[in-house]
Structure formats: C-alpha cells, structure tokens
Design a protein around this ligand. Structure first.
Ligand code: ADP
Ligand code: MG
Length: 390
C-alpha cells in the first residue's frame, strides 16, 4: 500500500525524522491560507500524487507570496500530472502540500528497502541525491552505499556513521546524520514498511539535515496490524477494477492487452499469460481466483474481467485441485447470465469434477469454446480475439 508524501512526512515526524513545516491544501484559497500561515518566503507548492518525478513534470513550484501560491494551486488542482512514473494518462491532482522553501546546500539520497534475496532490510545512501536513483543504480552503482541490517539486532549506530562518513558529510554534521538515520530505521520497522525513501535528503545552507521528499510503502502482509492505515488509503490513486477485486480477495492486476484470463493459482496464471503471448496475444490482466474459490468469487472475478473495455476474448484456465471444476463452471455460467457476455469465452478445465464442469457449460445454452490443454486454449482465444476486434 502506498501513501502520499504529506502522509509519509506526518508519520515519519512522529518518529523524530526531521521534515519541513507544511500544510495540506485542497483548494486555491486553502493554499493561500497555508502559505500565509507558514509565514515564510518562498513556499513550495507540491502536487500530491502516488508517483515520483513531479519536480521535472511541473508538480513542484516555488511561490514568493501567498497570492502566487493561490495562482499556482489554481493551475495545479484538477490538472493531470504526467511524470515518468504515471504512464501517459497521468494522475489528477486533488491535494497539494504547501511547504516552507528551504535553502538547498546539497541533496543526498537515503532509502531502506527489504532485500528479498537476502531476506534482510538494506539501508542505502548516496551523495547522488535529488535525481532518479534508478539511473544512478544502472549507470554508477558504486555511488550507492549499502548497509545490510540484521532485523533481530536492528540498524547499529556504527553502520549509520559509516554511511554518514561515506556521504562525505563534514565531521560536525555526522551526529545529526546518524540521529536522522536511526530515527528513519526505527520508523521503517515500527510502521511495518517495505520501503522508506528520502530523496532528496537535504543539507540546508544553515547546516540542517531534513527529509525534503518522503516515500513510504507499507508491507501489505502486515496491514492487519494497522487498522488505522485504512484512512490513509486514497482510492483515487488506485485502479477501480483492482479496488473491486480486492473486496473479494482476488489477486487482480489490470494490464494493457485484450485477452482476459481467469486462472486459479499464481503460477498457473503466470504460465497462462506466457502462453497467450507465445500464441501471439496480449493478456488484459493477471487474475488468480485462489485455491479455495467459492462460486460467488468466481462470479465476481468474471464480472470484473468483463468490465474492462479493452477485453476482446476471455480465457478461463482452471486446474481443479482444491477448487472443483463444476463449481467454477457454475460461477462462470451464473455471471455470464447476469452480466451478459458479448465476447467469446474459451474454457480449459482439468482436474476434480471436470466432466460435471463441462456438462454445466454445455447445457448452459451459452456459447463457450472448450479447449484441450493450454496450448490449444491459447491458440483458440488469440484467434477469437483477433476476429472479434476486426
Ligand atoms: P519528486 O521526487 O516527485 O520530483 P521532490 O519532493 O523530490 O519531488 O521535489 C523535487 C525537487 O524540488 C527537490 O529535489 C528539491 O530540489 C525541490 N524541493 C522540493 N521541496 C522543496 C522545499 N520544501 N524547499 C525547497 N526545494 C524543494
Ligand atoms: Mg523526490
């Protein structure tokens, strides 16, 4: 789960991480009031969307007066911000953070992320801050310093000192940097985050170290421990069909193709997407209905698949192990009756109660194409998708 910069900063502040003074605004007038309330010049007007790269895209602007903050806010609010992380459709700006403008001496990078390969958090620091860290990692990885953390012991002060010296900070700032990094790790741990990123980690002209930008991702597996995070969720930033799918505990991710797939098991779902591509098609989504899917869940899944306007054909690929093929067939037939299917549907069923499942499909009076095996299913669905799009 992602949150906005202003929410990340509020959370980090509670753990003693230094952040700029800032006020949230949702109208141009609120932006004016916020700038006035901060009583400093300049202020920075920052678009709040769940994507980085806002600075380059015009989503971070300096205002010298409250009036100017109001003008910038009027232009930003309601506009679509397109950054290298949003995709070409961009994100609508609905919220702004009005922040004190700080005098920049130097911009660094700090990040803590779970390294799944080694099963430990890694604390990263770089003097190449302010820019895209992915670029730095790709072209000059030696500029990123790393400290691996033993989660049982935690991030040690000597590790923080190593990073602080590695950044080339002057001696009189080392203690301040160490304090900042320890607070940041404490926040990462206590918040059950999977990522905390400060880019830029700012050194001001008056020698203060401050988080000028902040990104926090929560580990979804730990969300049950934080019922209070629910109010931090911004549904405007999420794909509507993915929100609907999450209500039914479906693992659904929308993609750009035109062949919808309904599959049980993440591995089979990946294999199905691969074989669709191999047959020359493009999957419209990833969907795992799960091992013990109920008829209701299968119905919901089918409805969600068909709600995607790009879909030209559907492939249902089910291996009945715990889930029974007849139950899946009934769910699909029920959903097809209720929603009406205008696109061809190819079904490949295998496993528990497969004969009964096929009988349900045959006797439904609906037009399903039954396939023998995955390869046949993929070829059939690709051919049908081509025909229905031409
Ligand atoms: P993004 O990463 O989405 O581009 P940032 O919050 O990192 O957004 O802002 C981009 C740049 O804007 C920063 O690298 C910094 O130079 C400048 N900036 C952001 N906030 C402030 C601020 N409060 N005071 C001064 N400059 C700022
Ligand atoms: Mg940034």
């Amino acid at each position: 789960m992602n949150v906005h910069e202003y929410q990340a900063k509020e959370l980090l502040k509670k753990y003693g991480v230094a952040v700029p003074r800032g006020i949230v605004a949702r109208t141009p007038d609120e932006a004016y009031q916020a700038a006035k309330g901060l009583a400093t010049a300049p202020v920075v007007v920052k678009a709040q969307i769940h994507a980085g790269g806002r600075g380059k895209a015009g989503g971070v602007k300096l205002a010298q007066t409250p009036e100017e903050a109001r003008e910038i806010a009027a232009r930003m609010l309601g506009s679509k911000l397109v950054t290298h992380q949003t995709g070409p459709e961009g994100r609508e700006v609905r919220t702004l953070l009005i922040e004190e403008g700080l005098p920049i001496e130097q911009e660094f990078y700090l990040g803590i992320v779970l390294d799944r390969a080694i099963g430990r958090p890694v604390f990263m620091a770089s003097a190449a801050g302010g820019m895209e860290i992915e670029e730095v990692a790709a072209h000059s990885p030696e500029k990123i310093l790393k400290e691996t953390i033993d989660p049982a012991i935690g991030f040690r002060p000597f590790q923080a000192r190593k990073l602080a010296f590695g950044l080339g900070l002057p001696t009189e700032l080392i203690n301040q940097a160490v304090k900042f990094m320890l607070a940041l790790y404490n926040a990462y741990e206590q918040l059950d985050a999977s990522l905390v990123e400060i880019n830029p980690f700012l050194l001001t002209k008056d020698k203060r170290l401050i988080a000028l930008d902040a990104k926090v991702n929560f580990d979804d597996n730990a969300l049950f421990r934080h019922p209070d995070y629910a109010e931090l969720r911004d549904l405007n930033e999420e794909e509507p069909l993915e929100i609907e799918a999450s209500k039914y505990d479906l693992n659904y991710i929308k993609l750009d193709g035109d062949i919808a797939c309904m599959v049980n098991g993440a591995g089979l779902a990946m294999a199905t997407m691969d074989i669709i591509k191999l047959a020359g098609g493009e999957p419209a989504n990833f969907l795992d209905v799960g091992g013990g899917a109920s008829q209701e869940r299968v119905e919901a899944a089918f409805r969600i698949l068909l709600a995607d306007e790009n879909v030209r054909a559907v492939l249902i690929n089910i291996f009945g192990g715990i889930v029974r093929c007849d139950m899946v067939a009934r769910g699909v037939v029920e959903a097809a009756r209720k929603t009406g299917v205008k696109v061809p549907v190819v079904v490949r069923l295998q496993g528990t109660n497969v004969e009964e499942g096929q009988r349900v499909l045959r006797e439904s009076g609906l037009n399903f194409t039954v396939a023998d095996g995955m390869k046949d299913a993929a070829e059939k669905v690709v051919a049908l998708a081509r025909r229905s799009s031409s």
